[in-house]
Write a protein that binds this ligand. Structure first.
Ligand code: AOF
Ligand code: ZN
Length: 356
């Protein structure tokens, strides 16, 4: 019952619920958007009642609207005619209903068929296959449609999907860990057995694996593969392993490195592929996001192109160069031209971020 709160607050409340439901698909729907839907019945006696909820669970499977309507029909004993029931309903969705035959039939068609009279949408779908056509289909059939409730939050939730369709490139996230005195590692060469500097702790390592699961691809430079032989998987978090992306201009990477394991797809760019070309190629493969984990040379190059959307820096509670070890040589952390915002401290390490 929401009779005590205003119409506007009601819209925002239900849209907020759509966003919560959408997030349940977080690690499984890419490159599709996360979408949640709520069906609200306007009962003369009881006020507004949520009669159905649904979300897009997995790429290729049913859309949020379909799951929401199935939930309503499963949960509710529809005493009046189905038509009368849906005519008294408002459907809330954080994204415009689709209008195309993709892996599933158009959601706009289902809404029209069920005679749902009101639809409230968070944002239009930037996918050119839809892009306003879903809303138009509904309006042409006499459905009352309102667009733009909590629009900024809806766009932020699906910022990777929005970026792919609006900018024709994946959303780019840069991430590194450095010491207080500004180093990401000690200087090492391929043939020494010097161990890498460990800055992250158990908890921040887990947070990195969460970030990996949130993005469709992960990238490191050649040197990072040669020196660290990273797996780049998400073993400390649920979700899929991202597609691994690296550079190999001088053909020095053989297939024994972990990044070539069968745990995920790997894309190696050789020749003189520039970062904009890489983004272009990934967009053609429908990769909506990429997390770049290093090293300094690659990160500095990307910073110089300006082609990034978020930066996350972990500053360990330690110096590399100390009076006890004055002769150590370190690898300087990337040079970032802007102030980052402090986010939190995790086991002594401070996390900073910038979201553009
Ligand atoms: C909706 N509700 O829950 C989602 C939508 O290949 P398909 O058929 O799954 O279509 C994918 C496209 O449909 C996706 O790119 C986006 O434009 C839209 N996603 N639309 O009405 C949903 N996930
Ligand atoms: Zn749909």
């Amino acid at each position: 019952m929401i009779s005590a709160i205003s119409y506007k607050e009601g819209h925002e409340l239900y849209m907020q619920r759509c966003l919560q439901l959408a997030l349940l698909g977080e690690y499984y729907v890419a490159p599709n958007p996360m979408v949640g839907a709520v069906l609200v019945y306007h009962d003369q006696a009881r006020g507004d009642v949520v009669v159905g909820e649904g979300w897009h669970h997995r790429f290729g499977q049913a859309h949020a609207e379909v799951n929401c309507i199935m939930d309503a029909e499963r949960r509710n004993r529809i005493i009046e005619s189905e038509d009368a029931f849906y005519r008294n309903c408002t459907l809330y969705i954080n994204l415009e209903p689709c209008s195309h035959y993709g892996k599933t039939p158009p959601c706009a068609e289902l809404i029209i068929k069920k005679h749902i009279s009101h639809v409230v949408v968070g944002m239009l779908d930037p996918n050119p296959l839809v892009a306003g056509k879903g809303v138009r289909m509904l309006q042409q059939s006499g459905v009352d449609v309102q667009v733009g409730v909590l629009e900024a939050q809806c766009r932020f939730l699906n910022r990777r999907f929005v970026c792919l369709h609006e900018k024709n490139r994946p959303y780019v996230i840069l991430k590194w860990a450095q010491t207080l005195d500004g180093y990401i590692d000690v200087q090492r060469s391929y043939d020494d057995d010097c161990v890498p500097l460990v800055i992250s702790n158990m908890q921040t390592k887990q947070m990195v694996h969460k970030m990996r699961a949130e993005n469709m691809a992960i990238m490191v430079g050649t040197n990072t593969v040669l020196l660290d032989n990273p797996k780049l998987t998400t073993t400390r978090w649920s979700g899929r392993n991202p597609i691994r992306v690296t550079l190999d201009r001088h053909h020095v990477l053989d297939k024994t490195y972990h990044i070539f394991s069968d745990q995920a797809e790997t894309i190696v760019y050789d020749d003189d592929t520039t970062f904009p070309h890489i983004l272009n190629d990934l967009a053609l493969r429908k990769v909506h996001s990429i997390l770049v984990e290093g090293g300094t040379k690659l990160l500095n190059h990307i910073i110089s192109t300006g082609l990034y959307d978020e930066v996350h820096v972990e500053v360990g509670n330690m110096n590399l160069i100390t009076p006890h070890k004055p002769n150590l040589y370190g690898v300087k952390a990337p040079l970032f031209p802007q102030m980052l915002q402090y986010k939190m401290t995790v086991e002594g390490n401070k996390l900073y971020e910038l979201i553009r």
